[in-house]
Ligand binder design. Structure first.
Ligand code: FAD
Ligand code: SIN
Length: 521
């Protein structure tokens, strides 16, 4: 297959770029490959909202920039922060034009929420299902554009670069598209593209306990890494403080930070409200601080979880704002009106990823990255809540603007077909399952909220064994989605551990007991 633009992923990043490009150039073709149903993505599950400066009387760009820089703990790129915050309102306006709806108050202004690290109310939301509404609007818009083809259940296996095309000479590495698996037929084919955008989302599933859906296996980052793109800041995995705790199994349902913005308290089992002991902003300290504080409480008490107490809040208003959270808790036999919600931190977001400049260019020619898989410099060592959807909107626009100006000449290259000679259908599914569980357990136990050099080194040793076993299996097997995802998660885990060992100072979401202490726990 040939296309002008290949987009890998159908969340907010991939769809926003596709819609813009397809609208501007009706004669050019955009192909979106996405590995599950077309709406399945982290985007779909976003709850809190989008951080936008809209109420200029109370709020200002200056305040949003300051909050972002404070949350990032000195490692944000200040120019990027300013650009993203200031561009935000215009990009958000486009979402409204494409039909996305957000809650308004009695006088018709946006009903603004608050989350950790924000000094003002500035989170625009659609009840507590903001991402669902954004994904709905973007897909509706994309379906109206005839030059966008969305291919659901198509899994991008690897990028095609000079590595595959031996006789091609170019200045540096160049990307020519990707090998893609049709997950329903099992066929593997080549998509040649003038430009390729990785919009493949996050890595939550590398940890067993995550707020992310099962698609978040870090495929784009692993593909870019294997293609030799620069990957940065992987040690900054963000743990969300309040995932619903379930005694049996791994809970993944998120209790939005906006619930704390609404006034909920964190309590330990004895009922003690502990956050004021850790930070003067209490429950509304930035996410890294709240997660580290909960971790510390749990280590002190030996308990498995803490509680979120909403019982003192105006329940009518609560249910109006958070109907999904209220109902999901009821399904777990927790009535928020009277019961405290058991919560525990879970892996949620990756602040690092594929390094890009302001135009979204990676270090490989014609390869771009956008959204959670990219590392723009906006988040530094810890992302400010609700800045992720914002970042994707702004960068999708920047990449679109940059590519609009560029005349991509289609390079005639002979790309070899995928070669799976001598491989067999994998019979040992148990190997994949077992290695996945082992990987997730080692990341949880050795590479969690609080790390140490000893645990990180232990993790790398165990990971090496899993890596060898899975590479053997990969060489001798026909490709399956679960095998590729496992291989990708191993690559991502390797990057997280290696880059953790390289960081010698604790910052934001990175805390290693052997490092110089910055801040106190
Ligand atoms: P995604 O939306 O994850 O999309 C990635 C796409 O790539 C998916 O379609 C996936 O199927 C596809 N894909 C992946 N690998 C492959 C492959 N190999 N081949 C083909 N397709 C592939 N952020 C905020 O700003 N505000 C919030 O309120 C908020 N709440 C959140 C709540 C939850 C529960 C979670 C999990 C995250 C939340 N976030 C929030 C973070 C935010 O939702 C994500 O960072 C953002 O949506 C990422 O968008 P994306 O387009 O980069 O990736
Ligand atoms: C939440 O609603 O708590 C998630 C917000 C985010 O991840 O930005």
């Amino acid at each position: 297959m040939n296309t002008d633009y290949l987009v890998i992923g159908s969340g907010i990043a991939g769809l926003t770029f596709s819609v813009k490009m397809a609208e501007k150039f009706p004669d050019r073709k955009v192909v979106v490959v996405t590995k599950a149903n077309e709406d399945e993505s982290n985007t779909k599950y976003a709850q809190g909202g989008v951080a936008i400066v809209s109420n200029k009387e109370e709020d200002s760009f200056k305040k949003h920039i300051k909050d972002t820089l404070i949350a990032g703990d000195g490692l944000c790129d200040e120019d990027v922060v300013k650009m993203v915050v200031k561009e935000g309102p215009d990009r958000f306006e486009e979402l409204l034009l494409w039909g996305a709806n957000f809650d308004v108050n009695d006088i018709g202004e946006f009903d603004l929420g608050k989350e950790g690290g924000h000094s003002e109310y500035r989170i625009i939301h659609h009840k507590d299902i903001t991402g669902y509404e954004i994904e709905r609007a973007l897909l509706t818009k994309a379906h109206q554009l005839e030059n966008i083809s969305i291919l659901p259940h198509h899994f991008a296996i690897d990028l095609i670069t000079n590595h595959q095309i031996k006789d091609h000479v170019s200045d540096g590495l160049t990307c020519f598209g990707a090998y893609v698996l049709d997950q329903l037929s099992g066929d593997i084919f080549t998509i040649k593209a003038s430009s390729t955008l990785l919009a493949s989302g996050g890595i939550g599933c590398v940890y067993g306990h995550t707020t992310n859906p099962v698609i978040a296996t870090g495929d784009g980052i692993a593909m870019a890494y294997r293609a030799k793109a620069r990957i940065k800041d992987m040690e900054f995995v963000q743990f969300h403080p309040t995932a619903l705790y379930e005694a049996k199994g791994e809970s993944s349902f998120l209790i939005s930070e906006a619930v704390r913005g609404f006034g909920a308290y964190l309590r330990n089992k004895k009922g003690y409200r502990f956050m004021p002991d850790y930070d003067e902003r209490a429950e509304l300290a930035s996410r890294d601080i709240v997660s580290q504080s909960i971790d510390s409480e749990l280590k002190k008490s030996g308990e498995s979880h803490v509680y979120l107490d909403c019982t003192h809040l105006d329940m009518e208003a609560f249910i109006k704002h958070f109907p999904n959270i209220y109902n999901e808790c009821l399904e777990h036999h927790i009535d928020i009106k009277t019961d405290w919600i058991p919560v525990v931190p879970a892996s949620h977001y990756l602040c690092g990823g594929i390094e890009v400049n302001k135009e979204g260019e990676t270090t490989i020619n014609n390869l771009f990255a956008c959204g959670e898989c990219s590392r723009t410099g906006l988040h530094g060592a810890n992302r400010l809540a609700s800045n992720s959807l914002l970042e994707a909107l702004v960068y999708a626009h920047n990449i679109y603007k940059y590519q609009s100006k560029k005349d991509y000449k289609y390079t005639q290259v002979n790309i070899p077909d995928w070669n799976d000679e001598g491989t067999n259908i994998p019979k040992e599914h148990i190997l994949i399952q077992h290695n996945l569980k082992e990987l997730q357990a080692l990341m949880r136990d050795y590479v969690g909220i609080v790390r140490s050099n000893r645990r990180l080194k232990r993790a790398i040793k165990r990971l090496d064994l899993i890596y060898e076993e899975v590479e053997d299996l990969y060489r001798e097997s026909k490709i399956t989605t679960s095998l590729c995802e496992l291989r990708n998660m191993i690559n991502v885990a390797h990057l997280i551990i290696r880059q953790s060992l390289d960081r010698k100072e604790n910052r934001g979401g990175y805390y290693n007991i052997d490092n110089i202490k910055k801040g106190s726990l």
